[in-house]
Design a protein around this ligand. Sequence first.
Ligand SMILES: Cc1cc2nc3c(=O)[nH]c(=O)nc-3n(C[C@H](O)[C@H](O)[C@H](O)COP(=O)(O)OP(=O)(O)OC[C@H]3O[C@@H](n4cnc5c(N)ncnc54)[C@H](O)[C@@H]3O)c2cc1C
Length: 482
Amino acid sequence: MNKEFDAVITGSGINGISAAIRLQKIGLKTLIVEQSSSPGGSTKTEELTLKNFLHDVGSAIHPMAYASPYLRTLNLESYGLEWIFPEIAFAHPFPDGSALSCYQDLDKTAAQFGEDKQSFKHLFGQLVESWENIENDLLAPLGIPKDPVNFLKFGFKALPSAKLLSNHYFKNAKSKAFFYGAAAHSCLSMESIASSSFGLVLGIMALKFNWPFPKGGAYQIVNALLSCYGEAGGDIRLNYEVNSMKDLPKASTYLFDLTPKQLLKLEGTNFTAMYRRRMENYNYGPGVFKIDWALKGPIPFLNEDCKKAGTLHIGFSAEEISESEKLVNNGEISNKPYILLAQQSRFDPSRAPDGKHTAWAYCHVPFGNTDDQTMLIEDQIEKIAPGFKDLILKKSKMSAKQLQSFNPNIIGGDINGGTQDITQLFTRPIAKSSPYATSNKYIYICSSSTPPGGGVHGMCGYHAANKVLKDHFKNIKTPRKS
Ligand SMILES: Cc1cc2nc3c(=O)[nH]c(=O)nc-3n(C[C@H](O)[C@H](O)[C@H](O)COP(=O)(O)OP(=O)(O)OC[C@H]3O[C@@H](n4cnc5c(N)ncnc54)[C@H](O)[C@@H]3O)c2cc1C
């Protein structure tokens, strides 16, 4: 049979494009097909509110992209990507006007923790130092680690729940809230095993790399990746929805930047009954309610340091964050939800007209939730930034359900492509020697439903592409001429 392509990739999220670049750059002939009229999946920047106000529709803060072992090799800066580094990676404000800030500096950060100062250094110091030795193993499926000693040291701290770890290390209520603020990115209950791993990885990122974001909007990452892909000779077709294998051109291999639910719906995949059954058991997590504001001025935080932070974690005690995440995982909503807020325009004037600002936020909600959480979110922000509501020019909102209309991969509003608990963290979508391969030897999955999971880092796509190379193109060791 005459094959038009070596590999066709369905879905142009960061993982789809990363997989395509990996294969195209080595000399294969690839094609990306995308159902939307614009590429990028959850990484898009649009004028959601008013003209010249640039909002990140999905992902906004990108330490994982900046620090990604694969994306780093692509030198995206040479394709026009410019990073913005806020003075403070993230801050955790409290209604009494105080805040704890995470600097790209272990000592400076630890110095704020009073009697928990040494514990903070014990918790993070060695992990920050050894990150380069363990990053490749942590951002991959389970295997034999290159540096088992440091990998195990990370594992001992990462396996307990956020509650257990913070109670062990910290005495102060605010120190615990600070750690919960980072750990709650996981969407897990703070009592669940390994919820601390998210607090640790995100903390390491902040202390080592800062939490940067692209000048001009998150979409600039996609722009740079597509320039890199185009330069290597890759092709992309938009408005191309795939519902059946018959919709795709003839190719030697097929990679899908989709979650299990979508992959199982495709006709003609010929998956075995056993593979289907196992994939059907894949779990999706809670959703998010997303809101963007066009503002008359910068957010008037009570605390001066909060004005220097790119990201804010809003949850006024460990108990409050814990309650919020526990309720969401049980299908309910707290009236004081844990909130993630970003204020990119403070550091990137290209995001809004002169003197005006944007803000981006979300809170976790039950899977598929359709409720409007605007009031709860804005009330929480008012407590740490009185006068915030008076600055609002216009807002754009998306419920968990509406997010799925924006991008069909956001099943029920789950932004991570599936629950990231201990049962699915390293072994997603199913426990298998290579989770990227399916039961059809020509079909692979490369989305955030594979290790290392959600976030803009491209590592899922990179590992899936490597598996394709190993299985089908073993003889290509160096880039071949197209
Ligand atoms: C609101 C929100 C906030 C987030 N914040 C951050 C953040 O600040 N930092 C961070 O690192 N991560 C963040 N994330 C998570 C991050 O964006 C995702 O984990 C990541 O983008 C997933 O990339 P992906 O390539 O796996 O899939 P996606 O980006 O979901 O791409 C999948 C692509 O497949 C296409 N597709 C689906 N079905 C079909 C079909 N049948 N035919 C053809 N094409 C199809 C979709 O249109 C989409 O373009 C956020 C996500 C959201 C939604």
